[in-house]
Design a binder for this molecule. Structure first.
Ligand code: GLU
Length: 279
């Protein structure tokens, strides 16, 4: 059994991260397995080394120090490129030159705006570009993302299922996202692609993460099938909210572990607050 906690070093950890780390730590501990930390640092402009240091210090303080913290997404761009190339070879990707404004304009004009879990579904503007036009625009240095031809991918893999420890067996429904971006304009990968490739390369058997990412798993399951990767089990856990019931975010300084510690909180008090005092 191998679990992981995958923070982005873009801020100090808060109570929600502490809970996510605990879920991964606790599951590995119970099974006598390994608990890894992976740095989701592809968004280099927002990541800072001091947040890595503070993350490790906070986890150590709580008693959830990882067994290993050596994997960094920023060092793995060749692995993501290889995965993209394999999709391109099967004609499952197309370059998308659209700006946000192009997409909004198209949606407004068509009067239809089907929504997926992440917002409006891409209306397919760049899907039909001719090979010559694609060549011309890429050769001209125009910035582009790479999108998955969802309909084709779904037909290729057939029906898929995945299992969540709390929600049980799920039918994979990646089509609800439409043609997702697998490589961004500014970064040659995306969360969905990187997380799928990394979890497989780290041989993660139980993927633990917040319920906010539940729907994303439909995409990850599809990518696993396309790349013929091993399929883990998932545990999408509850989210830690503030007094108003709003999910905690990095900008809420009051709930960072750093601030709580400076105000005199002990790791035991944090556990009680998270409802994990038994473990
Ligand atoms: N990096 C993501 C986050 O900080 C976690 C993604 C995942 O666990 O799959 O929310």
């Amino acid at each position: 059994m191998i679990t992981r906690f995958a923070p982005s070093p873009t801020g100090h950890l808060h109570l929600g991260h502490a809970y996510a780390a605990w879920v991964a730590w606790q599951a590995a501990l119970k099974a006598g397995g390994d608990y890894l930390l992976r740095w989701e640092d592809i968004d280099a402009a927002r990541c800072r080394p001091e947040y890595e240091t503070s993350t490790l210090e906070d986890l150590d303080w709580l008693g959830f120090a990882p067994d290993d913290a050596s994997m960094r997404q920023i060092e793995r761009l060749p692995a993501y490129e290889q995965a993209l190339a394999s999709l391109r070879d099967r004609d499952l990707l197309y370059p998308c030159f659209c700006t946000r404004r192009d997409i909004q304009g198209e949606i407004a004009q068509s009067g239809r705006a089907p929504h997926g879990p992440d917002g409006p579904i891409y209306p397919g503007i760049c899907r039909q570009l001719s090979t010559a036009e694609v060549r011309r625009r890429i050769d001209g240095g125009e910035a582009h993302a790479w999108r998955l031809r969802m309909d084709r991918a779904v037909v290729m893999v057939g029906n898929l299922t995945w299992r969540d420890l709390e929600a049980g067996e799920q039918m994979a429904r990646p089509e609800i996202f439409g043609d997702v971006v697998l490589a961004r304009k500014d970064i040659p990968t995306s969360y969905h692609l990187a997380v799928t490739i990394d979890d497989a390369d780290q041989e993660i058997t139980l993927v633990t993460r917040g319920l906010d990412l539940f729907e994303s798993t439909h995409i990850h399951r599809l990518l696993q099938a396309l790349f013929e990767l091993a399929v883990p089990t998932w545990h999408h856990h509850r989210l830690i909210c503030d007094a108003e019931g709003k999910r905690l975010a990095k900008r809420d300084a009051a709930t960072t572990l750093r601030t709580l510690r400076e105000c005199g909180a002990t790791p035991e008090e944090i556990r009680v607050r998270l409802g994990i005092d038994e473990g």
